[in-house]
Design a binder for this molecule. Structure first.
Ligand code: ZN
Length: 51
């Protein structure tokens, strides 16, 4: 299985799929047979609080 990256589509930044050095600070989940790197979307979450 290896490493699977879950990356938000149409995000504002380019996510790094090599290693774990992505600027979004991805969350790594270890599953049977490999690991899943869950990337965080940087658009719309914090920005919605600045009203
Ligand atoms: Zn990322």
């Amino acid at each position: 299985m290896g490493v699977v990256h879950v990356i938000p589509v149409d995000d504002l930044i380019e996510h790094e799929e090599a290693g774990d050095g992505c600027p979004c600070g991805p969350h790594v989940e270890f599953v049977s047979g490999g690991q899943v790197v869950v990337h965080h979307s940087l658009d719309g979450r914090e920005r919605t609080e600045s009203t």
